[in-house]
Design a protein around this ligand. Sequence first.
Ligand SMILES: Nc1ncnc2c1ncn2[C@@H]1O[C@H](COP(=O)(O)OP(=O)(O)OP(=O)(O)O)[C@@H](O)[C@H]1O
Length: 625
Amino acid sequence: MTDLPGRRPPPLPETALTFREQLENFRLLGRLLVQIWHTSPPLAVASVCLRLLGALQPIAMLWVGKLIIDEVVRLSGITAPGPAFGDWWASGTLNHVVTLLLIELALVVGIDIINRAMNLVDSILSELHSNQMSVDLMAHAAKLDLRHFESAEYQDRLERARRQAAGRNALLSVLFGQAQNVITVATLAAGLFIYAPWLILLLPISFMPAVLGETRFNQLAYWLSRWRTPERRELEYIRYIGATPETAKEIKLFGLGDFLVSRFRTLAHTIFVENTRVARQRAFWGAIFAAISTLTYYAAYGFIVWRTIAGEFTIGDLAFLSGSFLRLNGLFQAILLGFTQVAAQSMYLDDLFSFFEIQPGIVSPATPKPFPAPLRQGIRFENVGFRYPDTDTWAVRNLSFDLKAGETLALVGENGAGKTTIVKLITRLYDPDEGRVTIDGVDLRELSLTEIHANIGVIFQDFIRYSLTARDNIAVGRIAAREDATRIDRAAEQSLADGVIAKLPKGYDQQLGRLFREGRDLSGGEWQKVAIARAYMRDAQLIILDEPTAALDAKAEAEVFARFKGLAQGKTAVIISHRFSTVRMADRILVLDGGAILEAGTHEELVALGGRYAELFELQAAGYR
Ligand SMILES: Nc1ncnc2c1ncn2[C@@H]1O[C@H](COP(=O)(O)OP(=O)(O)OP(=O)(O)O)[C@@H](O)[C@H]1O
């Protein structure tokens, strides 16, 4: 867990982003627009067209408004055609003003329809885009190395990218809205420019302070959010362990509820305090800047009123100009704030896109050699040394041994001796830092990763208990054979999972785990039998069982391994177990200590040797006497 809040330095950026850096962030917008275009070209076109129409509406409204007022002023000065409305109507004097009113009505109704259509198109487009991003993110994460998933830094980056994939929908509307506002501004500014060009100069005084303030606060908010990623992940984690079937037992019995609640509360409170501090500052400065803007508007308004009194402008002009100035002021602010918002959001976009830039280090070569089938010599470790990332100690070092084709090899050793690490190296979840691992003389790095994984069936001690049906829990071993009932049946039989499934009310269709409705949990040993069936589903040349049998009772484990031995006939296999009754069945045993081989031989040879193996075997055997 991270340090308790308060002990981390304050989450403020050391320097504000330079204009150049902000522009750099805009580069990412191009990428976003291309993605949006690919999401749905027709919807993207529809959105642009609707906004174009929407952009022209304000100037049209103001102009028609001006014409109406001028016409009303004109009509109020002429001699009435008669006392009644009918006289006015019959004389045709009202035709012009009525036409103008109808045009204004059409503009109001039209913009409402346009806005609704725009919202609809945008929301569909954002959802499609956000789904696509989530899919891309999952696909990319699946390609990354195990090392990435085992590092807190990458977890933070993944978490930030995940948030962005789902949370950047607003950006789309802001971005398109910007384009719309720019067009509106251009039309209004042209109008204003014709009447009173210097009014335009007043505009920047009005909106600039607000824009600068907003830029600063957006950056602050981004830094806060970025800074607190580890805590947010921890909050998620506490929420998770506080409320899942897997953890409920232990949390209850250890009475950890209060501990978790108080930790959650403290963490959430720190984040809350920081966020409100920024929000308060933002509200304060926002009010000041808004006041500056209002004062500027009234200065301009006062000027227009005076020019109208002096007879330079008509009443219609007065309405048009003050309306234009007000709208322009609002729009300029909206554009520049939009700009800062887009800049702020593009900082977040960087989190998303930079995740896609993380490249896996363990990849297939451009022209892989064919995977040796059938295996002739087997697997060889040649002077292999490996350190986990960010650690100083060697997990294994100077390791040389052969796993001959057709042989069952057992790895024995105390906790942390390096057994699982060997499995990770054989399966290329990691590459050695020294030496090499070969299959039939070919370096693993020269083979295709897909082929390596297809030819090796591994079940780890921490296999996954999928909240899927019993059938799918086995089928995941070879998901392409999900529909192959015979194969699933056979795998279940070989791993003894058939007995477990027979007891389930819905058999293979039984939902397992407690996460979903009608889910049925299994005992530890039952889960293991189901998991081992996955290795048989694979029908691989090399099978590795990394202690997935620890929860099986002694009889079941003996039975599972007797079958395993029978089925592994002709197949190469590695088993890791702390039970000597199992280990002794192997053709050869490697005894590991501190990442190196201490002894090697058959059970009988090692017992006769009287070394560590004999000692450990004796210790376990004594326990049964
Ligand atoms: N992801 C990791 N990051 C850093 N160090 C690790 C990691 N996984 C294992 N280690 C370290 O590497 C060494 C070998 O671990 P390994 O998991 O291979 O042991 P093992 O023999 O399988 O142990 P066990 O019997 O407990 O499963 C240990 O010192 C362990 O602490």
